[in-house]
Design a protein around this ligand. Sequence first.
Ligand code: F6R
Length: 342
Amino acid sequence: YKGDYAHFTLKEISEQPDTILRCGGDGGAVEQMAGEIRRAGTAYITGSGTSYNAALVARHVMSKYADTRLEPIIASELPHSPFSAGEGSVFIAVSQSGESADVIDAAAIARDSGARIVSIVNMRTSSLARESDVVVGMNCGPEIGVAATKSFTSQLGIIYKMADIIGGGRAGADFAAVSKAISGILSDHAGIKKLAGELRDVTDMYVLGRGVHYPMAAEAALKLKELTYVHAEGIPGGELKHGPLALMGPGVYAVIMNPADSTYEDTLTGAREIRARGAKIIGISDKNSDVYDHWVELPRVGESSYPLVEMVPVQLLAYYLALEKDTDPDHPRNLAKSVTVR
Ligand code: F6R
């Protein structure tokens, strides 16, 4: 039920101050997952689309704050890779629906080659959940909009909780503060709506980020392409000069995922290169810069917590740009909420 919202997508984006507080339930299942990883020789993590982007964030967060190596694998690539999980390994499958055929198949291959299966799912009665040794619930309620929004922040929240359990609190996720920060973005987003109006005729967008903000950039680009049908690409900031700079010019917009952490200055350098070619820069950051043509202000949160908030303004931008472009945000063409085909 959409209530007062024009679309489920907007409703679900707006629920995030609440859903981020519910991810992982009472923590018991996250503890169990942490135990599985501690005992495992090798830990893999898989998913498709948005859930795979969350897996890439997980690799950064677990390595940086919990000294734990996770090996991400795209679910649909696993059957075509020389993969054997090995006895004593753990295989984490991330899936909102728990019904993605690619993820279910990947988990089956992992199980057959010796891994224990831990799933991070929203739908607890799903096929994937049934076939898992441990199930961690996103608990964000039904996600009806085809594009994943609140489930993504819940996936990240669970990963931060797990990192804090294994790393002794170094991920430092303060969920109350994160929830408040997301509320702040939602309650004051007139600027994002206005920016969507300016972007009405855009056909090409690039999203840049470094470090953990690279998978965030990939997720931002995925949201933009699904909801608006604009050509959008995520690029690791440092890779610009290795090719993509050839595409920058007037009419192009580049979104810079640029929280004020150790990646800030290096990412700005890339933005300057883009701007010098006549493209426009949208900076998603808690720190302004004269390089930005548009500054989308992020609230200040603890440095490690940026990924838990920085997608929200991009989700809003993609949503309002969909309205400008007259596409249906809840039902992007050619896509299904759960992809049960192989
Ligand atoms: C992105 C999107 C898809 C899904 C992907 C995986 O907005 O909707 O990329 O993320 O199909 O779906 P789940 O998480 O249900 O396995």
